[in-house]
Design a binder for this molecule. Structure first.
Ligand code: CA
Length: 395
């Protein structure tokens, strides 16, 4: 949410096993001011004290907050681990288990249940991933100094209000370093604005209630402009040597794209007046997509086209569709989560000190990949791709 909360991004910029956190006091005066502000805004003193008891300097939170992704993930890597067979199979199982809830959510909010299911799958691996940080403490670390302190201070007060209202227990507030939490990774302000009670127990508990989490995601997408009955978009075919316009924001009617030579995958003419953008996530030699207004609603959930495409594609795969028809323009495709974990084990077995094999490819793993690439006389990239995977014995 807001481009900083999601598991998807957390994985991309995960720093892996780092140094142990340094224990030091937070800016006590600053924290006192925030506590006073929360009480002034109606939060009980007891809640404020309990939520922030034991809050300490957290080196890891500060490091995540200041680090830039040192590595730009190619779109095919991003899609390979977000939309892998495991997530498709898990999603099919979750669809069976929560079919009635998804149908009800789709009916109530007019939002495609498969898209809601896909958001859940990417944000928290269908509720399996909770995040590594205690949200009030993480936000306390971000609220006193540093970039966007004012924003995080406001989020901290929002989370105190959520706890005070009794929606979520303090012990359940595990989330991202930036404060997003729950099965659909809402930031506290979004939570207060858009979370809904999907199971009718009077609480909006996005941590423990699947119906609450799914209904809240549908509500979010509805508020973001979802149009009932419209697709997110679909894959299309570019004419040879296409040099016309492209981009999510460069919009034209479907039939106008057709006049520029773009066709359905089977060559059939594009017709219709709906407004669409032509998305070329890997340039003119990769897959091409016409994307509609609903793609923008998904985009707003995490403010990245790659994220919106991953959600859209996972939804289609859960619906039974196959992979994209046009391959990514690379001879070194990306790896699934299982293969990433296996790659780490292969690196460890080959003697590269990458820390723990946890499936998260951070700087230590990339350093190991670079060393292995150099030893094999390959181009040194640090990227977890299929070539180095197979060179190390993966299959
Ligand atoms: Ca509820």
């Amino acid at each position: 949410m807001g481009g900083i909360g999601a598991l998807a991004l957390a994985l991309v910029i995960a720093l892996g096993a780092g140094a142990p956190a340094i224990s030091a006091p937070l800016d006590a005066a600053c924290l006192q001011r925030i506590k006073a502000q929360a009480v002034k805004e109606g939060v009980s003193r007891a809640t404020v004290d309990r939520a922030l008891a034991g809050a300490a300097f957290d080196e890891k939170v500060r490091r995540f907050a200041t680090s830039q992704p040192e590595y730009k993930t190619p779109i095919w890597d991003y899609l390979a681990f977000l939309v892998d067979e495991e997530r498709i199979e898990d999603g099919a199982r979750m669809l069976r288990r929560h079919e009635a809830t998804l149908a009800r959510v789709q009916k109530t909010y007019g939002v495609d249940g498969y898209i809601v299911l896909a958001v859940w799958g990417v944000e928290s691996d269908y509720g399996q991933f909770r995040g590594d940080f205690h949200v009030p403490h993480a936000l306390a670390n971000l609220s006193c100094g540093g970039r966007r302190a004012r924003y995080f201070r406001s989020e901290l007060i929002h989370i105190l209000k959520i706890v005070d209202r009794g929606d979520v227990a303090l012990a359940d507030l595990q989330g991202s370093w930036a404060g997003a939490f729950g099965q659909t990774q809402f930031m506290p302000s979004t939570y207060r604005r858009l979370a809904v009670d999907g199971d009718g127990d009077g609480k909006r508990d996005l941590v423990n209630s699947v119906p609450d989490a799914l209904a809240s995601t549908a509500n979010y997408l509805k508020q973001a402009g979802w149009v009932n009955g419209m697709p997110w978009g679909y894959e299309v075919k570019l004419p040879a040597g296409y040099s016309g316009p492209s981009g999510r924001k460069t919009r034209a009617s479907v039939s106008d794209w057709g006049k520029r030579g773009v066709t359905h995958l089977d060559g059939a003419a594009l017709k219709g007046e709906a407004s669409a953008g032509l998305l070329l996530p890997a340039g003119r030699n990769g897959p091409a997509f016409l994307v509609f207004k609903n793609f923008n609603a998904i985009y707003s959930y995490n403010v990245a086209e790659s994220y919106a495409l991953a959600i859209s594609h996972l939804a289609d795969r859960l619906r039974g569709a196959g992979p994209f028809a046009t391959p990514w323009p690379t001879d070194d495709p990306g790896l699934s989560r299982a293969e990433r974990l296996q790659l780490q084990k292969l690196l460890l077995r080959a003697g590269y000190d990458i820390g723990e094999a946890d499936g998260r490819v951070g700087p230590a793993t990339r350093a190991g990949i670079r060393q292995a690439e150099a030893r094999f006389g390959m181009e040194v990239t640090g990227r977890p791709g299929r070539k180095i995977y197979e060179k190390l014995g993966g299959r």
